[in-house]
Design a protein around this ligand. Sequence first.
Ligand code: FAD
Length: 355
Amino acid sequence: MTGREVDVAIIGGGQAGLATAYYLRRAGIDFVILDGEAAPGGAWRHGWDSLRLFSPAAYSSLPGWPMPPGGDDYPSRGAVIDYLTRYEQRYALPVERPVQVQAVIYDGDRLRIETDKGPWRARGVVMATGTWRHPHVPHYPGQELFEGQQLHSAHYSGPDRFAGQRLLVVGGGNSGAQLQAELSLVADATWVTERPPVFLPDDVDGRVLFQRATARIKAFQEGRAPDAPPGGLGDIVMVAPVKAARDRGNLGSVRPFARFTRTGVLWTDGTETDIDTIIWCTGFRPALDPVAGLDLIEPDGTVALDSTRCRRNPKLWFVGYGTWTGPGSATLIGVGRSARDTASEIAAVLTGFPT
Ligand code: FAD
């Protein structure tokens, strides 16, 4: 058998993979991180130029080392990439990259991880592949007729190339609000949201989303209904550019169109609008391709878990995908909790002792 043997293989070297690695290291577990990017940072390497965190540095830290407070209230995308890069170095985490994991398959009492750089075998696998690779675009009637451009926010880098265009920005979360704010400065941008957007009060920011997630976890642990409002990453944090767009009257939104036409869209009132580009800020789905052959993925794209451990294959754990892997787990500060619990359970399984 060629390839390398390891106790645990973490697939994905973004924030979720690094947080899990931090705790596995503390538990003395032998592990490797297999990451598809050419450099550290995970999905943060692909965000748009002006993208900022919606929480201050102190509320965006991975376990063990607080994010250094930069000059800005909300760290830039570059500051996050720099932090994740230095985090890897600080803990000398064993990352193999770029490595594309093609499949995870059963191999006797192990799991075999097939990659473009050869196979690995592991006693346990942590999926930390995030969602960026699976942008979600909803279907609208006539979409195949439309001759204009379509772009998902995953591939948006900045406003310049859209100057003077007629745009639709579709999606009512943080991405939609931030792109509407930015694009309405250079183009005729219309914001389309399924329902009126939910804005957080001006004086709170992303940390309240973390506090809500914490309150929900506490309620579940105490066996009572959560009293914190459900709000998740979908509630819009009023970062400065979004506030400015509201103050200049560019943050109104309309309800979805009925269907596409060749040159634009037909609204439900029967009027038509010609559109040059549609920018889909319609979220993502878990990037679980490596385990697609293990018959684990539910119709909604998630996996049945007990905490983060796969119910149907106890050698697999899932970290960082958002609510179904733990409230707040798709955030820098929120992923630490599930990473800690995951590493503790793995240690207990592999060594008989929880950390
Ligand atoms: P990722 O960062 O996507 O990392 C996954 C890694 O796995 C990548 O390196 C990828 O290459 C690798 N990978 C995937 N598949 C394979 C494979 N088959 N083989 C090998 N490697 C693979 N969170 C916050 O905390 N604060 C914020 O302010 C915030 N703002 C956001 C704004 C936007 C616009 C978006 C989209 C998200 C935001 N988030 C924020 C959420 C956060 O950025 C993401 O959820 C985060 O990137 C998830 O980290 P991750 O490690 O789970 O996944």
